[in-house]
Design a protein around this ligand. Structure first.
Ligand SMILES: Nc1ncnc2c1ncn2[C@@H]1O[C@H](COP(=O)(O)OP(=O)(O)OP(=O)(O)O)[C@@H](O)[C@H]1O
Ligand SMILES: [Mg+2]
Length: 209
């Protein structure tokens, strides 16, 4: 069937595959995963190195994490999606509301001073704030691909800013079974219930020595 959907899909993915069209024309899942791992690692290095007092965790910064890290590979790096996306039973924020909804989330984050004042606050409170905004961004699902990793990178930089290590998702992501916990927490995000995500973030937040 030549549905609109399949045409839309072909805009991002190679025909009959889950491999996003990429500038290196990599068609092999394993090789692509390895390349993405390498690029994400470089992104972590760069954004950690350039983190400063002046860093504002605003929408431009968030998009820049995606753009800088993946521009070598994807045309859509740093660009919000124009198509609707579903995973499992979830349909993420509709594309036509995406820009507006994102602006609202980041306006609210700005009113929380981009979570830059949590080094002397209780960890619980910080984890609750992170979980709240993480859930908002998970439900937004702004990019065509690599949302999870960029959202985690974003909050890892906010964690470092406040004197914490990168959030340790080991407990949430180490096995398939545990990964389901993260997905379950993400599904709850769709109805603004961030309890599970709060638990995951709280367990994963550790101060550096
Ligand atoms: N069924 C679902 N309902 C709600 N959210 C989901 C569902 N499945 C996945 N997610 C969310 O979408 C994210 C995956 O998005 P995407 O594939 O764009 O990024 P990714 O970097 O490959 O993610 P990850 O490394 O977390 O698998 C997950 O991290 C999770 O938060
Ligand atoms: Mg993915």
């Amino acid at each position: 069937m030549m549905s609109k959907y399949s045409q839309d899909r072909n805009y991002i993915y190679y025909e009959n595959s889950n491999i996003p069209r990429n500038k290196l024309n990599i068609r092999n899942q394993k090789i692509l995963e390895e390349k993405e791992r390498e690029l994400l690692f470089k992104g972590y290095e760069y954004f950690h190195k350039t983190l400063s007092e002046k860093t504002n965790f605003n929408e431009n910064y968030f998009k820049e994490l995606h753009r800088y890290s993946f521009i070598e590979l994807y045309d859509f790096a740093g660009e919000y999606r124009k198509l609707n996306i579903s995973k499992g039973y979830t349909t993420f924020c509709q594309a036509r509301f995406l820009a507006q909804t994102s602006k609202e989330i980041f306006r609210k984050l700005a009113s929380d001073n981009f979570l830059k004042n949590y080094s002397d606050e209780p960890k619980e409170k910080f984890a609750a704030k992170i979980a709240y905004y993480m859930c908002e961004l998970i439900a937004l699902h702004p990019f065509y691909e690599i949302n999870g990793r960029i959202i985690r990178l974003f909050f890892d930089m906010i964690a470092v800013y406040n004197g914490y290590e990168y959030i340790d998702y080991e407990k949430a992501l180490k096995s398939e079974n545990d990964k389901n916990k993260y997905i379950a927490a993400s599904i709850d995000c769709m109805t603004s219930n961030d309890d599970k995500m709060h638990q995951i973030v709280l367990e994963g937040l550790n101060t550096s020595i």
